[in-house]
Every structure is written in C-alpha cells, then in structure tokens.
Design a protein around this ligand. Structure first.
Ligand SMILES: [Zn+2]
Length: 110
C-alpha cells in the first residue's frame, strides 16, 4: 500500500511544468551551491536561469542572512527545453531519493 501511495505522488511531480520561468526563458539547468559565511550552512539551489541566483540576492534558509556566501555553480544541462529522459533535469534531483513527503506541503490546484 505504501508503494502505491509513493507511485501516486510521483505522477504530479513528473507532470509539473516550470513555474516562474517560462520555457522560452530557460537557459539550461544549473545548480548553485552556497556556503553561508554567517552560519556555515551548505545548500544547493537549482534554476533554469544561469545568473538568477547570486550571493547578493540569496537568503540563507537557515539563518536568514543575505549576501555572505561562497558561491559555486554547475551547469547540469545546456538544453533550452526540458528533456523528460535526462537525469540532469531538476525534477530528477529533487526530492532526493528516499525523501518523505512532509505534511506541511501546500499543493495549489490549478
Ligand atoms: Zn546562514
């Protein structure tokens, strides 16, 4: 039964389309790695835009401080359209394998 539930949850994730960045604006798939110089948190932030997320416009999800980061970026894909068969798409990276869906999730019906 639990497996059935997990399968049902995967379907909407695979069908979800980019929100915020229209497909024509997409520049590829990028992962920004940040290390907060205030609290030391390491976190990854995925984007379809190469330069949207910078030290000066990013807030640390742990301490809330903006701007004091060591910033890395990796290009996962330079494809300007989503490739459902590629492991480099963001929906393949998030959630991490083995993650549990949390009860505070907010699903907006369209
Ligand atoms: Zn921090």
């Amino acid at each position: 039964m639990e497996n059935d539930n997990q399968q049902n949850q995967l379907v909407p994730i695979l069908e979800s389309k980019p929100v915020g960045v229209e497909e024509k604006e997409r520049e590829g798939v990028f992962v920004n790695g940040f290390i907060c110089q205030n609290c030391g948190l390491h976190f990854n932030l995925f984007s379809w835009k190469a330069n949207r997320h910078r030290s000066e416009n990013t807030y640390c999800p742990e301490c809330g401080v903006k701007g004091s980061f060591i910033h890395y970026r990796k290009v996962l894909s330079s494809k300007r359209v989503r490739d459902d068969n590629s492991n480099d798409e963001i929906f393949r990276q998030v959630p991490l394998e083995g993650s549990q869906l949390m009860p505070d999730s907010i699903v907006i019906s369209k």
